[in-house]
Design a protein around this ligand. Structure first.
Ligand code: NAP
Length: 317
């Protein structure tokens, strides 16, 4: 029987591991398929406090992992296949076996959303990508497209101009969702052109096994046109990884875990932190902060104490 199992190893999970290890709870961290989380797919992180010149995402995760291990966190590879939260202790199953725990911290993060086109699936990894920092290098001097109108899409588009000959940004509306500063930067970049009010109807050419172009439909005029590109980067947001927990704890209408009074979920002893419960801030630093909260909440729970925020809330009423 473990004191605490942490599912997921992004900034939230590893910060929860660091804090619960330092509380002598000997946490078991099950990394998940994407060990290290979304920061493993980034290059320079410039907004993590304390690094005035920035730090590479993978380097930051390596440091966080080593820091958690230094205090006794056990970090194992593997993917959780099933959890059972119905008993007084909780069961977590991986391909390697079953684990039982008194408290569970969920930090399974969120995954890239896709357009849902069959050609997108067929060509994924063959010209279609959800990660500019991973795959941008393959598109030196080639025309590419980025789909989406949020900060991620603009960030990827600007990053990709380092490699691509042109970047066509395809957005379904005529106004971007991204922050003003990102919009200004993207609009000022001569390599980026915009296709407004447009959706990708098809990515060519699944038969050739390579991207040769996209078919766009303008939602205002219904006009359809072909744009020749050799790569398509899909940057239309993320979906929380909560399939394992459906029907066992409360989720919101978008599938994010509902938390209250810190990191508490609808089941006692089960806590959630990071992007899996945060549709709003979704930053590495807020994920790490919420991981710290989850560890403290789990520690208090295991000691039979009310969580700090629940205590504060009841004192205030
Ligand atoms: P997001 O803000 O949810 O934006 C998703 C974009 O994709 C929206 O423009 C949306 O269009 C579009 N979209 C969604 N589904 C689509 C579909 N099926 N087909 C076509 N377009 C679709 O997601 P995000 O850009 O990943 O950003 C997530 C959060 O992280 C945000 O809070 C963002 O500020 C933050 N972030 C910050 C930075 C930074 O500060 N450096 C970088 C990246 C992300 P609509 O606009 O029409 O809904």
């Amino acid at each position: 029987m473990e004191h605490v199992i942490i599912i997921g190893s992004g900034p939230a999970g590893l910060t929860a591991a660091l804090y619960s290890a330092r509380a002598n709870l000997h946490p078991l961290v099950i990394e998940g398929v994407d060990a290290g989380g979304q920061l493993m797919l980034t290059t320079m992180v410039e907004n993590w406090p304390g690094y005035r010149d920035g730090i590479m995402g993978p380097d930051l995760m390596t440091e966080l992992r080593a820091q958690a291990e230094r205090f006794g966190a056990k970090i194992v590879g593997g993917h959780v296949q099933r959890v059972d939260l119905s008993g007084e202790s909780y069961l977590v199953e991986t391909a390697d076996g079953r684990h039982e725990t008194r408290a569970l911290i969920i930090s399974t993060g969120a995954s890239a959303r896709l357009l849902g086109l069959p050609s997108e699936r067929t060509l994924m990894g063959h010209g279609v990508s959800t990660c500019a920092t991973c795959d941008g290098y393959f598109f030196k001097e080639k025309p590419i497209a980025v789909v989406g109108g949020g900060d991620s899409a603009l960030e990827e588009a600007m990053f990709l101009t380092k490699f691509a000959s042109t970047v066509t940004l395809v957005h379904r509306r005529d106004a971007l969702r991204a922050s003003k500063i990102m919009q200004d930067k993207a609009r000022a970049n001569p390599k980026i052109r915009f296709e407004w009010d447009s959706v990708v109807e098809e990515i060519r050419d699944a038969d050739q096994g390579a991207v040769t172009g996209i078919v766009l439909r303008n939602l205002k005029t219904q006009a359809v046109k072909d744009v020749g590109v050799e790569g398509v980067f899909v940057a239309i947001g993320h979906t929380p990884n909560t399939g394992l927990f459906e029907g066992q704890i409360d989720l919101d209408e978008n599938g994010y875990i509902k938390t209250a009074a810190g990191s508490r979920t609808s089941r006692a002893g089960v806590f959630a932190c990071g992007d899996v419960q945060d549709p709003v801030y979704r930053q590495a630093i807020t994920a790490a902060g919420s991981g710290c909260m989850a560890a403290i909440d789990a520690e208090r729970y295991l000691e039979g104490l009310p969580t700090p925020t629940a205590e504060a809330a009841s004192a205030a009423t």
